[in-house]
Design a protein around this ligand. Structure first.
Ligand SMILES: [Zn+2]
Length: 119
């Protein structure tokens, strides 16, 4: 059973780290990182089963972005119904009058975005 993936980063095999060195004597190479599947228990939908690190992931995205978005193209904006609530609150700020600090009251408006149950 294949429990490993090769990192899909297009430049993975060119990065100079000890962990990529293979071979002996004068026949040494830098090899693509071998990744154990499930190493992070499916964290972020298992994306790290295919990429050894963030650089390799973004190199892959940069190289294949046109194909990636073609899988699920967004042709129009999506919208989420909400309710916007504005509430007034009494508050105060402090002002120094030369001798003491005094409370200066004011009314502020808070805007809250609420979810709408549209089931
Ligand atoms: Zn890699």
């Amino acid at each position: 059973m294949n429990n490993y993936n090769w990192c899909h980063g297009p430049e993975c095999h060119t990065t100079q780290t000890q962990s990529r060195v293979r071979g002996s004597g004068t026949n040494k190479v830098l090899r693509t990182i071998k990744i154990k599947q499930g190493r992070y228990n499916g964290y972020q939908n298992g994306i790290w089963d295919y990429f050894c690190n963030n650089r390799c992931l973004f190199d892959f995205i940069r190289e294949h972005i046109t194909s990636i978005v073609a899988i699920a193209p967004r042709r129009q904006a999506l919208e989420t119904p909400i309710k916007v609530e504005k509430t007034k609150h009494e508050d105060y700020r402090m002002r120094y009058n030369g001798e003491n600090y005094e409370r200066i009251p004011y009314t502020s408006t808070r805007t809250t975005i609420k979810s709408v149950d549209n089931t």
